[in-house]
Design a protein. Structure first.
Length: 70
């Protein structure tokens, strides 16, 4: 079953603050935009998120397929 990035984060019991710090992003707004599909992700960023969340690319349902950029 595919889940949203937000659901994957919640399932991994991680807070927004923890993810933002681990990703090296400056503000929680970046993560909020990613979870809403309002900010593009690189494949490296998505891989890092999946590693943190204990899931694979195939487990994630992105709101916008073009959200991933190389």
């Amino acid at each position: 079953m595919r889940v949203s990035l937000k659901a994957a984060r919640v399932n991994a019991e991680l807070t927004q603050k923890e993810v933002v710090e681990r990703m090296g992003w400056k503000t929680p707004l970046t993560l909020i935009k990613v979870e809403r599909g309002e900010r593009d992700l690189t494949t490296v960023e998505l891989a890092k998120l999946c590693e943190m969340y204990g899931c694979t690319f195939a487990d994630i349902n992105l709101p916008n397929v073009s959200q991933i950029v190389k």
